[in-house]
Design a protein around this ligand. Structure first.
Ligand code: PHE
Length: 344
């Protein structure tokens, strides 16, 4: 009996010693097989119990159970420690640096046309203009006739119109028909409105023209509205939109609904009027058509031209965005290339 008890004591010491050196889960499992498994060394020793006397057997059996429990508990504790350190080294091997900033999520941004539209409406809003919404599907009358385009007049050809199946109903070719709507709503009160929105022309698509584009129209009607008011308003706009120090100039032009009519240029903000690639070495960029509201148009709107006068201007939104952000092709705006939309 003493030999078996000695063997058991020696086994316990050895097992605990070997366990301390089992640094991986794999090794702890191997250790379990070697010492506590069905064919392990504890079982092997206990097989010798058959030779013991009836008194000796329970003593040895009790001692064997105590050792078994001790070893199982030691294994459990050791395995926990091994698992913990394995997890720690796996984490540090993956190399997560929790102090690194995360990858930013792109939030998206406003379309360049929307941005330009908001900039423009902000600037004119600060000058007391209100927004007036007018429809994109218009009558031929509002788009042409009431704006003093005589029937068959070649000026109608300036704007290649999209017609609908309904006689006299078209897609507006400019925002100017909104002038008639605003005047007819507000006459005989003074007016100071901006009319933004989409316009359509059946044109070849080029770097400078799209079939659908945005315009914004300005209209002021009152008792003493002059051309210098027009110039002051547009000069202020140019300085707010393109930077302080901009100059503007008027060139004579023709529109049926204004008299006199002008094209408005702003001094190039890139070269300060010296001439560069962006302004095609002119020093000036065209920003708007404008003029004094034609007496016939005032009358069509419900104002007496002997008492009232007004000015109007109309500008292409994409053009303003192109000049401000140096985009050289209008087709980028609606071809949905994310690289362009993110850059501008
Ligand atoms: N409607 C004109 C165009 O589309 C621009 C314009 C508006 C000119 C108002 C004068 C006054 O070209």
């Amino acid at each position: 009996m003493s030999t078996i008890l000695e063997q058991l004591a020696a086994l316990e010491t050895e097992a605990l010693d070997v366990l301390q050196r089992a640094e991986t889960t794999e090794k702890t499992e191997a250790w379990h097989g070697e010492f506590l498994g069905r064919k392990g060394r504890l079982t092997t020793i206990l097989r010798g119990m058959g030779q013991l006397s009836a008194e000796e057997r329970p003593v040895v059996g009790r001692q064997a159970n105590i050792i078994k429990t001790t070893l199982e508990e030691a294994l459990q504790k050791h395995q926990n420690a091994v698992a913990q350190s394995e997890m720690e080294s796996a984490l540090s091997a993956e190399g997560i640096d929790v102090t690194l900033p995360g990858r930013p999520q792109s939030l998206g941004k406003l379309h360049p046309t929307t941005q330009a539209m908001r900039d423009i409406l902000d600037i004119f809003g600060n000058m007391g203009f209100q927004i007036y919404d007018a429809p994109e599907v218009e009558s031929d009358d509002n788009n042409f006739t009431l704006l003093n385009f005589p029937p068959g007049h070649p000026a109608r050809e300036m704007q290649d119109t999209f017609f609908t199946k309904d006689e006299g109903i078209i897609l507006r070719t400019h925002t100017s028909p909104g002038q008639i709507r605003a005047m007819r709503e507000f006459a005989p009160e003074p007016i100071r409105v901006m009319l933004p929105g989409k316009c359509y022309r059946n044109e070849d698509v080029t770097t400078r023209s799209e079939m659908m584009f945005y315009q914004v129209e300005g209209l002021v009607v009152g008792r003493k509205v002059t051309m210098s008011d027009l110039k002051g308003v547009l000069l202020n706009y140019a300085n707010k939109m393109y930077g302080e120090g901009r100059k503007i100039r008027f060139r004579k032009a023709y529109f049926p609904f204004t008299e006199p009519s002008v094209e408005v240029d702003v001094s190039c903000s890139l070269c300060n009027g010296e001439g560069c690639r962006v302004c095609k070495y002119q020093g000036w960029l065209e920003i708007s058509g404008a003029g004094m509201v034609h007496p016939v148009v005032l009358k069509n709107g419900g104002y007496d031209p002997a008492e009232f006068s007004g000015f109007a201007f109309g500008m292409g939104i994409e053009r303003q965005a192109m000049m401000k952000r140096q985009v050289d092709d209008i087709r980028y705006f609606y071809s949905n290339d994310a690289r362009f939309l993110e850059r501008v």
